[in-house]
Design a protein around this ligand. Structure first.
Ligand code: FES
Ligand SMILES: [Fe+2]
Length: 333
């Protein structure tokens, strides 16, 4: 099987990736890995999210095994302490009047918080975190879900999230029994400044477990949808029901390495906020588990050369992602 390595491509180091929920850092340290790079996250005494390489410049111990102290993060090996800029502020073995060695610097990376999540960019970011139209609007609420680790290449996840031909098969246990298996022609377009994708209307199965989300009793419900991507690995699906209810899903995939990824999704909804958030997203989480179960059975990286796998018209959206992603890796993004 053809395996291509993408996670070491420096181009990808210049995008933002979601790594954990904001509330899960408190105060840290927390170890995460992005594009093969072990990182440590923590909050300063002022609450500012900070991220750095998880390797002490003294003898390379993982700082994520240390502790957050008033002045910064303290290494578990010899107690050196680093502030949020990466500067060493304390070396317990050296007399305090002694100047600190210049190489005693921790390499920090870009960190920020948005949509209830902590994001990192390993090098100077070339693009902003994808903009979500309804974020902050009072008629919409935002619902976060846990960040999971999938034993799946981010390439296969991005491909899957652009694909609707799998719904009647992979999602037969949830939404997938109502629609025709035949996918109508999908026209790709720039959906807004951020997302490239397609608009479509689809009938989905509306079992009891789905009614909390759809707020409709009918056995089958029509969704007016868009699905689009923002490179490298972000996908957004917008769903509008006949009742005017809108349900927006932001699907976030972060490569831990070539074949392992973080996955989380965020929902924005203009419902009456009466149903607890966890119940609203429970059905979406079941759908996500169906994707995970399928994808974890497919080893390796998706071949980025589109001629390496067979495709049909229904695959046009995922092929569009694959072509643009391959171009990005080649510096033609
Ligand atoms: S390895 Fe971190 S203080 Fe020595
Ligand atoms: Fe799916």
């Amino acid at each position: 099987m053809q395996t291509q390595v993408f996670a070491s491509n420096p181009v990808l180091r210049r995008y933002w990736y979601a790594v954990t929920r904001s509330g899960d850092v408190v105060p840290g340290p927390l170890a995460v890995t992005v594009l093969g790079e072990p990182l440590v996250l923590w909050r300063t005494a002022d609450g500012v999210l900070t991220a750095a390489r998880d390797r002490c410049p003294h003898r390379e111990a993982p700082l994520s095994l240390g502790q957050v102290v008033e002045s910064g993060i303290q290494c578990p090996y010899h107690g050196w302490t680093f502030d949020a800029s990466g500067a060493c502020v304390r070396i317990p073995s050296a007399p305090p009047e002694r100047a600190l060695p210049p190489a005693a610097r921790l390499t920090t990376v870009h960190a920020t918080e948005r949509y209830g999540l902590a994001w990192v960019s390993l090098d100077a970011p070339v693009a902003d975190i994808p903009a979500m139209a309804y974020d902050g609007e009072t008629r919409f609420r935002r619902i976060n879900t846990p960040v999971e680790v999938w034993q799946v290449s981010a390439t296969r996840m991005a491909d899957n999230f652009m694909d609707i031909a799998h719904l009647p098969w992979v999602h037969a246990g949830t939404i997938g029994r109502a629609q025709s298996t035949c996918v109508p022609p999908l026209i790709l377009e720039q959906l807004d400044d951020t997302f490239y994708g397609y608009r479509y209307t689809i009938d989905v199965n509306n079992p009891d477990a789905a009614k909390v989300t759809s707020r409709t009793q009918a056995p089958v419900v029509t969704r007016w949808m868009t699905t689009g991507f923002a490179l490298p690995f972000t996908t957004r699906s917008t769903i509008r029901f006949a009742t005017g209810l809108e349900h927006i899903l932001l699907l976030l995939t972060t490569p831990i390495d070539d074949v392992t990824s973080y996955f989380t999704f965020v929902v924005w909804r203009n419902d009456d906020f009466s149903v607890p958030a966890d119940e609203v997203v429970a059905f979406d989480r079941r759908i996500g588990l169906e994707d995970k179960t399928m994808l974890e059975r497919i080893p390796g990286v998706l071949p980025l050369d589109v001629t390496a796998t067979a495709s049909v018209q229904a695959d046009r959206p995922s092929l569009a992602w694959r072509r643009r992603f391959a171009a990005l890796l080649q510096g033609r993004g």
